[in-house]
Design a protein around this ligand. Structure first.
Ligand code: AMP
Ligand code: MG
Length: 297
């Protein structure tokens, strides 16, 4: 296998291809850079930057952005609001250590449930109070685009890892399943709890161990519960979703974390979603189609 690495999407990405397909690696790098630039919320002129600076007016965006916003809206509906691209508004306030009055805060939570992004052709209207980012969904979407590209080129086997958002195309060169490690959410040493055996599947984990934000010196979770407007307090320590579509895995792993176990169990069954989860009391549960291999400790 040959591989390439880059730091797109503010994370480390590794793409591995069989030696005979290695000439395609630079093209995959170009795909990563294209989407990373398009959706970089810190880059003036990017689609996301333009949306976040539109002050309640329509802005023109690329068709890829329309596609991702349309998908985001579908995920918001199907998850009954647990997935909400405008949850980034809260993350934005936390990152600026902004104190909001309780009245302003109640209003924001209400707006999160009532007001949404509007799409009209290639134009987008973001509510004037809103900020978006595609942190919960972009890597999944781009994994799918890379797999589409590779499949069209006749590639039969590949491992795409965009910051832990993993897509395993086909099987390994020797015909065996890919084995994807699932991190133990209770270990500081980033050890694996087990591995999942998969082929042609995307494996995406959202973990409560990723306390990516700091609010007044206190670490808080980077996933926001739109129904409370607060960093999510979940009884899941980690949620891994396995599906054919990486964007589904990415969006659902975030949403299921927000839902918590009781609500998630109904959602998973209704929508036939494969998950491997660990709860905060260290109970593991996974759906029947998955094949975990547990390591000796
Ligand atoms: P992930 O690591 O895929 O679970 O995504 C986490 C990122 O998604 C955060 O860093 C936020 O940018 C964004 N986010 C936070 N809460 C939500 C939510 N409820 N719905 C959609 N995106 C969210
Ligand atoms: Mg996600």
């Amino acid at each position: 296998m040959k591989s390439i690495q880059n730091n797109c999407f503010h994370t480390l990405n590794t793409i591995q291809l069989p030696d005979r397909d290695a000439a395609l690696l630079p093209e995959i790098d170009t795909i990563c850079r294209f989407y990373s630039d398009l959706w970089n919320h810190n880059r003036p002129g990017s689609d996301v930057w333009n949306i976040n600076h539109s002050c309640g007016t329509y802005v023109n965006v690329s068709h890829e952005t329309i596609q991702l916003l349309t998908l985001s809206e579908q995920y918001r509906t199907i998850t009954d609001g647990a997935f909400n691209i405008l949850a980034a508004t809260v993350k934005h306030l936390i990152q600026r250590n902004k104190n909001t009055s309780s009245h302003e805060f109640t209003q924001l939570v209400e707006k999160l449930s009532r007001e949404h992004i509007l799409i009209d052709g290639n134009r987008v209207l973001c509510p004037p109070w809103g900020v978006i980012d595609f942190g919960s969904i972009a890597k999944g979407y781009v994994c799918d685009r890379i797999n589409e590209f590779l499949t069209a080129k006749g590639v039969k086997s590949a491992m795409v890892n965009l910051g832990g958002n993993i897509s395993a195309l086909g099987c390994r060169g020797d015909g065996s399943d890919w084995k994807i490690g699932i991190r133990d959410p209770f270990s500081d040493r980033k050890t694996s709890l087990c591995a999942l055996k998969v082929r042609n599947r995307s494996v995406v984990t959202s973990g409560m161990y990723e306390r990516a934000l700091s609010f007044h010196g206190r670490p808080v979770h980077h996933i926001i519960d739109p129904s409370t407007g607060l960093p999510c307090v979940s009884d899941f320590s980690s949620v891994t979703v396995v599906s054919e579509s990486s964007v589904d895995s990415d969006a659902y792993s975030t949403a299921i974390t927000v839902m918590g176990r009781k609500r998630a169990e109904v959602f998973i069954q209704k929508n036939d979603i494969d998950v491997f989860c660990m709860t905060s009391d260290r109970t593991i549960f996974y759906t029947d189609n998955l094949h975990p291999i547990f390591f000796e400790s």
